[in-house]
Ligand binder design. Sequence first.
Ligand SMILES: CC(C)(COP(=O)(O)OP(=O)(O)OC[C@H]1O[C@@H](n2cnc3c(N)ncnc32)[C@H](O)[C@@H]1OP(=O)(O)O)[C@@H](O)C(=O)NCCC(=O)NCCS
Length: 140
Amino acid sequence: MNFHTRKWIKPEDLNPNGTLFGGSLLAWVDEAAAIYAIIQLENHRVVTKYISEINFMASARQGEIVELGMEPTHWGKTSLTLRCEVRNKLTRETIVKIDRIIFVSLDEHGQPAPHGKTRIEYVADRLGQPRAPHEQEPQA
Ligand SMILES: CC(C)(COP(=O)(O)OP(=O)(O)OC[C@H]1O[C@@H](n2cnc3c(N)ncnc32)[C@H](O)[C@@H]1OP(=O)(O)O)[C@@H](O)C(=O)NCCC(=O)NCCS
């Protein structure tokens, strides 16, 4: 799982308890996941279809930094399923886990459209450029 997105917890992200507000966290997750899906499916017309059980495992406080990880788990015909984890950047404590966030690729009429993708693609490969170190295939 790659943790590409980092967020800094600010006063406006807190709940009345003074800890990270779940709604802010879910907005960050949905945006990071949508960006991941848009890049992988090469289509900016991508919508969130389904989010599975959300397990808030730990809290976080103002000033802390969290990182959001995404991993594709199923390439459908028009859909892409991602697994997500959010953790504290410095302690690696897991804050939330979501098993399935499903995005659907749409055509210009807003109808589901086959995306033709079956595996992770790297933008560097599409551009014929060398991959960055974190973009190497996992070793068996
Ligand atoms: C996304 C949308 C166009 C899909 O319409 P639909 O009639 O369900 O389309 P389909 O039945 O053809 O399903 C499309 C894909 O979604 C998957 N899907 C549909 N309902 C699902 C569900 N409840 N759970 C998981 N996957 C689902 C299907 O399996 C299919 O994937 P596949 O092609 O890879 O097999 C429609 O539901 C929609 O517009 N929803 C609102 C999306 C939105 O606005 N999101 C932002 C949040 S407000």
